[in-house]
Design a protein around this ligand. Structure first.
Ligand code: OSB
Ligand code: MG
Length: 369
């Protein structure tokens, strides 16, 4: 399989509602779409880096440069078309996981399309449907939050994740639990607390949470292990879990009960599967996180979440939860059971709509051998 062309596109897609986390508010999604062409087929990948380095250090600009100057030339020079070979080759470059993952995902899509098989089957996933869940950002007022949670419950989401930060935590949990005493609820702090908050975080135990996600900075495994000793609520890592090695260390240090797997953060499907398998071997359940991807990135997430150890509800919601009109057809929908069907067609199994992609494109660059 000969790679003939790689295209990078910078897209802007407005969200239906702003999304606010402990690190800030965003009204629209800015991201890089990757297209890799071979033998009349096109593989699609999405880079999950944002415009600003708030979630981690990567940005749309750093990923663009890394792909343009290092990764795309490597694909052409080494004749790399196998995603596994690509993963092996780029291991020697430090970091830039989201940039690497965008290309690896496009290579996986291309390979699966060549073989006329759905991605989930290539990965060894056996699920026909994956568990949906919704992540609800910080709002201006608690009453706005209650209204949004109610709306998502009505739409059939079986689990709600609330973004928290100091000053938007216990107070809102009290209200949400009072309104919805029995729903499955979890919280995500995106690194907003420090070791000085450990005693206060113990109060989370009062709200029957499925988990608390990444309360401390990515580097701060120590605080996570200290909190885990003191709290009953299961501790889940997101930002800290950037590779199998990081997960293994954190496991030995007893930092977590659960892992959120994001393919961008860990640098691709190969690494994501290694983390999935390691966690399975330790009886640690995992779930698939999201970065408010377009339907293309979300389709990739759905196929990954079809692997057997994705046992918990995922941050994978319907297209209309994010965008008025997604880039793909059919749009992602949630079923009456609160699940999302794994597409059955070849590759990602959904069709990117070129006219919509073009309309959202702000910048484009084409690379050839
Ligand atoms: O930490 O899980 C996170 C979105 C952007 C950046 C970080 C996170 C999130 C989400 C969104 O929680 C989940 C989704 O894609 O639905
Ligand atoms: Mg998170």
């Amino acid at each position: 399989m000969n790679i003939e062309k790689i295209e990078l596109l910078l897209l802007e897609l407005p969200y239906v509602h702003f999304f606010e986390t402990s690190f800030g508010r965003e009204e629209k999604k800015t991201f890089i779409l990757v297209k890799i062409f071979s033998g009349g087929l096109c593989g699609f990948g999405e880079v999950t880096a944002d415009l600003l380095p708030l979630y981690n250090y990567e940005t749309t600009s750093t990923s663009w440069v890394i792909i343009k100057e290092i990764l795309a030339p490597l694909i052409f020079d080494r004749g790399l078309s196998s995603p596994v070979a690509f993963h092996t080759e780029v291991q020697r470059f430090k970091g830039h996981h989201m940039a690497k993952a965008g290309l690896e995902l496009a290579l996986w899509d291309l390979k699966a399309k060549k073989e006329r098989r759905p991605l989930s089957e290539l990965y060894g996933g056996d699920k026909k449907e994956v568990l949906s869940g919704v992540s609800v950002g910080i709002q201006d007022k608690t009453s706005d939050l209650i209204r949004r949670v109610e709306d998502f419950l009505q739409k059939g989401y079986p689990r709600v994740k609330l973004k928290i930060k100091p000053g938007w935590d216990i107070k809102i949990l009290e209200q949400v639990r009072k309104e919805f005493p029995r729903i499955t609820l979890q919280v995500d702090a995106n690194c907003a607390y420090t070791s000085a908050d450990i005693e206060r975080l113990k109060e989370l135990d009062e709200y029957d949470l499925a988990l608390v996600e990444q309360p401390f900075p990515a580097f701060d495994l120590l605080s996570h292990s200290q909190l885990k000793k003191r709290i009953r609520t299961p501790v889940c890592l997101d930002e800290s879990a950037e590779s199998l090695d990081a997960v293994r260390q954190a496991y030995e240090m007893r930092c977590f009960d659960i892992i959120n797997i994001k393919v961008g953060r860990v640098g691709g499907i190969v690494e994501a599967k290694k983390i999935h398998d390691f966690c399975a071997s330790k009886a640690v359940p995992v779930w698939c996180g999201g970065m408010l991807e377009s339907g293309i990135g979300r389709a990739h997430n759905i196929h990954l979440a079809a692997l057997p150890n994705f046992k918990l509800t995922n941050d994978i919601s319907a297209s209309r939860r994010y965008f008025a009109r997604d880039l793909i057809e059919p749009q992602v929908e949630i079923t009456e059971q609160g699940t999302i069907k794994v597409p059955e067609g070849p590759g990602i199994g959904v069709t990117p709509i070129e006219a919509r992609i073009e309309k959202a494109t702000r910048k484009k660059e084409v690379f050839t051998p």
